[in-house]
Design a protein around this ligand. Structure first.
Ligand code: MEV
Length: 304
């Protein structure tokens, strides 16, 4: 039996903009997907997906998941039939890098089962191939976080640079419970970017400037500034129409309850938002406020 893991992630700055080469900042979180893989009799693969999930997520993603496994096997040159079990403490939901975490975990578990000695760089490339089934043409930020972990500065095509902060900081991630389609969200931005060229150019320029300010504030651990910039980033994401009323609502709840900043995270149109809540007391207050409204709140940290 081969075993492998992949981290969940949170994008702190510039999802969507990252698809067009603008720098983004993301962090792995302390939740993982674990895959176990065993050679078996039969054709292609058998999958047992035992992850906890947002209702409807697994059904909605099933075809993409199947295509993703075929892509991973092909990239690894594996023809044998494999049986796969997925579990771990990362809830399968939109916006938290669940698909990328499963791709990295499966790639590692296959490598383990077949005795392939693969570097993390190679696992990352294979996970990227798997991610294409979910995203079409992903920037690579999700599989990079899923594979390597840590807090990262990421530029599409150039890869990642690790950002070091002295100590991890608390965040809350609130799940709208809406299963979102990242492929569709990314395609929507592309369409509108073509249509409203000037307006989008301006927004994209702001996003680029913001990335550098955010990097500096994060490295200084200036949480007030990081929070303000997250709020600003949410506005830009609203302007490119990838937020939704449920995400805006949870962002508002988090801010009203003292979060330093809050924004949607990931593909948007549902899925998760993230709130910056330094210290366990504030984290608990914001998480409870989200739960009181009937939503799932994940308490975790960035910079782990
Ligand atoms: C999805 O987690 C992040 C997006 O920027 C897509 C991508 O980077 O491939 C929306």
């Amino acid at each position: 039996m081969g075993i492998g893991y992949g981290y969940g992630k949170v994008i702190l700055f510039n999802e969507h903009f990252v698809v067009y080469g603008i720098p983004a900042i993301a962090s792995a979180i302390d939740k993982k997907t674990i895959a176990e893989v065993k050679k078996c009799e039969g054709k292609d693969f058998i999958i047992h997906d035992d992850r906890e999930a947002t209702p409807g997520y697994k059904e909605e993603k099933l075809e993409q998941q199947k295509e993703s496994i075929i892509r991973i096997k092909k990239a690894m040159g594996i023809d044998d039939c494999i049986e796969i079990w997925l579990h771990g403490d990362l809830k399968a939901a939109s916006g938290v890098g669940a698909s990328a975490a499963s791709c990295a975990a499966i790639a590692r578990a296959i490598a383990d089962e077949f005795g392939l000695n693969l570097s993390d760089e190679r696992i990352n490339e294979i996970a990227y191939e798997g991610e294409k089934a979910y995203h079409g043409s992903p920037s690579g930020i999700d599989n990079t976080c899923a594979t390597f972990g840590g807090l990262v500065w990421f530029i599409k095509g150039k890869g990642m640079e690790r950002l070091q902060i002295e100590k991890p900081v608390e965040i809350v991630m609130g799940d709208t419970g809406i299963v979102a389609n990242t492929k569709k969200a990314v395609a929507g931005v592309r369409e509108r970017k073509e249509k409203y060229k000037e307006k989008y150019e301006q927004i994209f320029n702001e996003a680029e400037k913001l990335a550098y300010e955010a990097r500096e504030a994060l490295l200084k651990m200036d949480w007030e500034k990081v929070g303000q910039l997250m709020n600003k980033n949410h506005e830009l994401l609203q302007q490119i129409e990838v937020s939704c009323k449920e995400l805006d609502f949870l962002v508002e709840i988090a801010r009203e309850n003292g979060a330093y900043g809050a924004k949607m995270t990931g593909g948007g149109l549902g899925g998760y938002m993230v709130a910056l809540t330094p210290g366990e007391e504030l984290q608990e207050k914001v998480a409870k406020a989200i739960e009181k409204e009937g939503f799932y709140a994940l308490r975790t940290k960035i910079g782990i």
